[in-house]
Ligand binder design. Sequence first.
Ligand code: KG4
Ligand code: ZN
Length: 338
Amino acid sequence: MSDSIILGIESSCDDTSAAIIKGNCILSNIAANQAIHKEYGGVVPELASRAHQQNIIPVVEKSITKANIQQNAISAIGFTRGPGLLGSLLVGTSFAKSLAMSLNVPLIEVNHLQAHILAHFIEDANPMPPQFPFLCLTVSGGHTMIVLVKDYFDMEIIGKTIDDAAGEAFDKIGKIFDLDYPAGPIIDRLAKEGNPDAFTFNKPRMENYDYSFSGIKTSVLYFIQKEVRKNPDFIKENLNDLCASVQRTIVEILMAKLEKAAKELNVKEVAIAGGVSANSALRKAMEDNHEKLGWNIYIPKFEYTTDNAAMIAMVAQLKYERGEFTDMKTSATAKYDL
Ligand code: KG4
Ligand code: ZN
């Protein structure tokens, strides 16, 4: 891999992030998280795009300072073109375009989902990078899919959710429990003190490698409504057990399809990616399958799980080597296939 220095910019949802990569080594990875959405229990697109506008310059400046490089050492600028919230993507896209123009360097568009997966090729992401072909369970707030990764830019979605994403299920169920947004990490923490077998929730019966998570949300909602009628303090008194049981159910649903795919496709290289890959029960289930099924597993470092620009810079580096540049006339896109 060349040791060119590239700036990556991520602004697809509610994190403004900038990172500097040299070869596949991350020199800086800065993120400004938008606390404002907590008050609304979810991401408010207009507020997100306004916060990106406020954050982008200081975040990019900080990434350059932290990397200890001069602006003129940057060989190219990578940015998230999609998928994501259009207003948010527009901020990163316009900024990347103007900076590339003023520095007179190539512009490189990056698919956010590919970036979650290719984050595994960052130097310190794994002791060894995954070998092609590998399976990657890509689980975030907006997406849940099993991807067969045949090469860096040859990916096939073999199964995906037909409704809610797994992260969305964590967040919506967290809302029922009156937890802050995003609830995924909070449920993970509370589950540590709970009994995962305390409550049982229905699991979907889906064809092939597809998922569905709207049923579990409804099943939790009805169960809670029924119990709260009998005891108004039911959630408070059982919060740890509720979180542990919900987490167990979601992880079992995710793993069952991943195991089926690994077995039927005869692939033993298995990775997870995306925000939900930070979940401790999911990580533990992967480790168990390394022991039980002999999988070679790839679990991202925490800083590369939720949205970050390091993964964007990584993809930009791979495209830079291939000479895949983007025209300055490009625009952001809310939908963007793998
Ligand atoms: O990849 P990401 O940062 O943004 C999207 O592209 O969607 O993923 C965010 C999602 C949220 O739904 C959040 O609740 C979930 O990842 N998440 C977790 C954990 N950490 C983040 N879900 C379960 N357990 C966690 N530890
Ligand atoms: Zn993401």
